[in-house]
Design a protein around this ligand. Structure first.
Ligand code: FMN
Length: 121
């Protein structure tokens, strides 16, 4: 699998920080031929390359959503990337995106996703 997606980092609705899982978000074209879901990825940002956990999709668990976005959690990065252009290379599909009934269920699944990716590094 080899897919590179470039875009400018835009603001999310900041739930990621409350989840303890900050992400850099970029808008994604509807026509992008990649399944919605979680991926292991590599991201070029802030002058270097980062391993990352990515969610691509519409965040069906979050009210008022609907637009397709790519959210990348850069492992080891702390800071702010708003307004910068990043390049995301999708390396491996981990699981499809789904709807969670509670914030807690979403949070624990995201923690699992991060572990799954970390084990592969
Ligand atoms: C690794 C990862 C997996 C995710 N999986 C899902 C998912 O399966 N379903 C979903 O609705 N949202 C999923 N999300 C999106 C979260 O709902 C979203 O990151 C959170 O609501 C924060 O959004 P915000 O940055 O717009 O505040 C995932 C996010 C990450 C980082």
């Amino acid at each position: 699998m080899e897919k590179i997606i470039r875009g400018e980092v835009v603001g999310g609705n900041k739930i990621g920080r409350r989840l303890g899982f900050p992400t850099a978000n970029i808008r994604v074209d509807e026509s992008l031929e990649a399944a919605n879901g979680v991926y292991r990825a590599r991201v070029e940002a802030a002058g270097r390359t980062w391993d990352a956990v990515v969610n691509l999709g519409r965040k069906p668990s979050v009210a008022g959503s609907g637009a397709r976005v790519l959210e990348a959690n850069l492992i080891g990065f702390e800071g702010d990337l708003y307004g910068q252009t990043i390049a995301v290379e999708l390396l491996e599909f981990i699981r499809p995106e789904r709807r969670f009934d509670s914030f807690e269920a979403l949070r624990s699944q995201i923690a699992l996703d991060r572990e799954t990716v970390m084990k592969k590094l």
